[in-house]
Design a protein around this ligand. Structure first.
Ligand code: ADP
Ligand code: MG
Length: 756
């Protein structure tokens, strides 16, 4: 037998067909994909045919409408494709602003032309004879010759150069080219298109001029001329947005391509709305836990008799009495809302909004103590292990006045022995408060009497997980906190299944953060100011939008450049460090530790400093290229300072010329520190370059829709779901059968909770 098996060839043959073929067929069974390639696709999160078809190109290179060089007219803005026949970099000798000139000659079948780039030295080493360049810019006459100066540039894969079509630009990974993806998508589309059945109700299709589902994917992946596929050759997300914004402002009806994209976004939002509705209705019918109100009740009783830490019902009152500060009005109000609902029989399903530092954690701790006082366990789930540890430390500090409270932490880093003991304490009920990451809800964790779950910063905690949790045990109450201010209009539609509590005001005594917007011309003054503050014993953050200088956007400040300028030119006598996403986790915590210990004066960083850093002595943040960030993100970045007792500064630096949108953003930040106001403004002002919506921030994972960018579609989906709910809430009509089926599928998958 063994002889026989060794004789058979070892080559891994993939089976030709897959049982139960459909959109959920694994990517490996797509024509043109084998086990090796499947791995590459999987790296991009593409596991199934569905994932592949939903992998929508960011835009297209337009090989259709390029102009032959001979036909160029001076003054015309157009696209040209040609091969490099000559190139020469030059450093001009005179003292003009031009530091570098790069001359190139290209030719196509019809003629040749000059191209010149100023101050883009990184082009050296990129451009060689024989390369094909796609250029977009204005043709002009110079010295009797036709030329383009500083055109947008794209170096084209050789194999595309002859094509006369739209080449999709897909998000890529190492080892997969656009050509490969394009072919695989095409094959998959041909083979699987029959599974793209319509499920939107007829009334929606009648209201919107949506293409059919099959047609939608055809348009999105292989648009034809005239269908308005986005073809700006820079193809930044900001450009796509600009186009969208332009269309909306000019009340243009969206192009065929965009309508197709809108259809997919609408589908996604619509299904999400239906799920929220069903879920809400279901939860309201469940029997949950009626927690026992604390006695005395510190929220309404005047406490006269002595309190005893060994009497559980006294815990909430003891906690409030021993807090090193007074709750704010908002904190009291929210505690009342929560306590009332805890003590009522329906399960709580509540979202607690409040800016960073507004005191949400202490409020959730109060709720946990109410649960614990009544004999239930409370669990706190944090997004990362570091934050779980941080919570554990501060909760232990704040409950030190109640020695009999048992707080345990369950994370990956405890030893097997410790972990056994902790699990034991959780299972027998001796642990009152259990803190951890999502590992808290693994199979092996059994709670004796789980009564309240607090999810801190709702990352990765979508509707399906909420439902899953609610179905655990006796339907524990759920409190989800979020520090990303979400405008009310959005929160209604995004978290329609949840009730809302809001802490609007910060606790008193927070130091002011002076925010000033300035331009590059004042660079010297900015660093002089930073230098003075360092002299006075403070530390500074300098934030840049990118890590290293970019050829696509030479004007963007990068950490590498800023680091060099500061450590060599402006602050050579200070201790400057650099920190960005390419550094290891160790290196990051190392730099932050040194910062904490006062061994560093300035950290030049990308937005990595956004997460979980709390350094009271850092009182200045300088944000370079501030126009490149969205309002919400700038607000979050600014929140890194003003954590100690000193007056803090946030300096926003931009080029002198920025878009009116960017200008508005800078002004809003100068004028307000109120996260909710900023979020409302953000929704109004969203424009080019602002792509830091909730999709990216990991709050809710939609495949293509972004609740901020596509707020209009979200609203429409909300209204359509309403309408459907009024006529056929249980989807029993035959025309809603396909929808019911799709809904069942989405509920069984984890479509709205894709890990980031
Ligand atoms: P959040 O979770 O909303 O970011 P925390 O609950 O962690 O905020 O509170 C931030 C800091 O402010 C903590 O050090 C906390 O002890 C403190 N704090 C909370 N509420 C108050 C208050 N009413 N007065 C003064 N300090 C407060
Ligand atoms: Mg918190």
């Amino acid at each position: 037998m063994s002889g026989k098996s060794s004789a058979s060839p070892k080559k891994k043959e993939k089976p030709k067909v897959f049982q139960g073929e459909g959109l959920d067929t694994p990517i490996m069974f797509c024509p043109g994909v084998g086990p090796q390639r499947a791995k590459l696709f999987e790296k991009m999160g593409i596991l199934t045919v569905r994932d592949l078809l939903w992998h929508i190109p960011r835009g297209f290179e337009d090989f259709h409408t390029r102009t032959p060089i001979r036909n160029l007219i001076p003054g015309q803005v157009t696209t040209v494709l040609g091969k490099v026949t000559f190139y020469q970099p030059r450093i001009p000798r005179n003292l003009s602003k031009v530091r570098h000139i790069f001359n190139v000659t290209i030719e196509d079948h019809s003629g040749s032309m000059q191209v010149v780039w100023f101050n883009q030295p990184f082009l050296e080493g990129k451009i060689r004879n024989g390369l094909h360049l796609l250029l977009h810019g204005k043709a002009e006459l110079y010295d009797h010759y036709i030329q383009m100066s500083n055109p947008k540039l794209k170096i084209v894969e050789e194999e595309h150069a002859g094509a006369a079509e739209f080449m999709p630009v897909y998000p890529l990974t190492q080892g997969l080219t656009h050509t490969i993806i394009k072919k695989v998508v095409q094959h998959a589309f041909e083979r699987f298109q029959s599974y793209l059945q319509e499920f939107l109700p007829p009334f929606i299709l009648a209201d919107n001029r949506f293409p059919t589902r099959t047609e939608t994917f055809r348009i999105l992946h292989t648009p034809q001329p005239g269908e308005g596929a986005p073809t700006d050759i820079e193809l930044s997300e900001a450009d796509l947005l600009q186009q969208k914004l332009f269309e909306t402002q000019n009340r243009q009806s969206p192009s065929v391509w965009r309508t197709a994209r809108n259809r997919l976004i609408f589908e996604e939002f619509f299904l999400h709305q239906l799920i929220l509705r069903r879920y809400r209705a279901k939860v309201k019918k469940l029997d949950g836990i009626s927690h026992i109100p604390p006695s005395p009740d510190p929220l309404s009783d005047i406490i006269s008799s002595p309190l005893d830490p060994s009497t559980p019902s006294h815990w909430p009152a003891i906690f409030l009495q021993n807090l090193p500060f007074q709750f704010t009005e908002d904190q009291y109000k929210v505690c009342r809302e929560i306590q009332e609902e805890l003590c009522s029989p329906a399960p709580m399903n509540r979202l607690l909004h409040g800016d960073v530092g507004s005191g949400k954690t202490v409020v959730s701790l109060y709720a946990m103590l109410v649960a614990a006082a009544g004999g239930y366990q409370a669990a706190l789930m944090a997004p990362t292990e570091i934050l779980a540890q941080q919570h554990a430390a501060s909760i232990r500090r704040l409950t030190a006045c109640i020695p009999s409270i048992n707080v345990v932490v369950l994370t990956g880093s405890v030893t097997a022995k410790e972990s056994r003991e902790i699990l034991q304490a959780v299972a027998c009920g001796s642990a009152h408060i259990v803190i951890g990451t999502h590992a808290l809800f693994q199979e092996r964790v059994n709670f004796a009497r789980l009564g309240l779950v607090v999810v801190d910063e709702q990352h990765k905690f979508g509707v399906a997980q909420r439902q899953h949790l609610m179905e655990k045990g006796d339907h524990p109450d759920l409190l989800v906190t979020t520090a990303t201010p979400i405008p009310r209009t959005l929160s209604l539609t995004l978290f329609g299944d949840m009730d809302n509590s809001v802490i609007r005001t910060l606790p008193p005594g927070r130091p002011p953060i002076v925010t000033r917007w300035t331009t590059w011309e004042n660079e010297r003054k900015i660093w002089e100011f930073v230098d003075q503050k360092i002299e006075a014993g403070q530390q500074a953050y300098v934030v840049c939008p990118i890590i290293e200088p970019s050829e696509n956007a030479p004007q963007l400040p990068s950490t590498e450049e800023a680091f060099e300028r500061l450590s060599q030119t402006f602050l050579p006598h200070r201790r400057v460090e650099i920190l960005h996403g390419r550094h290891s986790a160790n290196m990051k915590s190392d730099v932050m530790e040194k910062m904490r210990a006062g061994e560093i004066d300035v950290v030049v960083a990308t937005t990595v400093i956004e997460v979980g850093v709390d350094l009271p002595n850092a009182a200045i943040i300088v944000i370079l290229g501030a126009d490149r960030f969205g309002l919400a993100q700038l607000h979050q970045l600014r929140g890194r300072v003003g954590r100690g007792t000193q007056k803090s500064f946030c300096i926003l630096v931009t080029p002198a010329m920025i878009s009116p949108f960017a200008e508005q953003r800078m002004k809003v930040l100068e004028q307000t520190r109120d996260g909710f106001k900023i979020a409302e403004e953000d929704l109004k002002l969203r424009g080019p370059g602002e792509y830091f919506g909730t999709r990216q921030s990991g709050h809710l994972k939609f495949r293509i829709g972004d609740p901020f960018e596509d707020a209009g579609l979200l609203r429409e989906a909300y209204e359509a779901a309403d309408r459907l709910h009024k006529t056929d809430p249980n989807l029993i009509q035959t025309e809603h059968e396909a929808l019911k089926e799709e809904l069942r599928r989405v509920l069984a998958s984890h479509e709205f909770n894709r890990p980031s």
